[in-house]
Design a protein around this ligand. Sequence first.
Ligand SMILES: [Zn+2]
Length: 128
Amino acid sequence: MNWFRRFMMGRYGVDQLSFAMLLLSMVLVMFTRGRFWFLAVLGFVLLGLAYYRMLSRNISARARENGLFLQYVQRLRGRWERLTRRAQDRTHRYYRCPGCRQQLRVPKGRGAIAITCPRCGREFIKKT
Ligand SMILES: [Zn+2]
């Protein structure tokens, strides 16, 4: 494995983004059939990109890409958690303030009520 270590010296290596690209490319290549053949091609392109990133010597650029990727995953996770929390909440409705886009949670089953946004003070009517 000495030659391998020498080969990888100064190269970026595997990170979360490359790992995700490898996984996705495997799924695309293995499960794509028939008229969706272009997805398999996309899989091979992704595979190539993943290798390119792993063998790259421009470490700061690759680290930056991975950072953006992790940020994006974090945002998706936050959104997913909000959605599941909302789906499990049977006693409240969720609205966005038309003034400032702040999310508001109001109790269900009160009929039409005037909601006052606690952030910007705007009042609007919604059915609950
Ligand atoms: Zn508001």
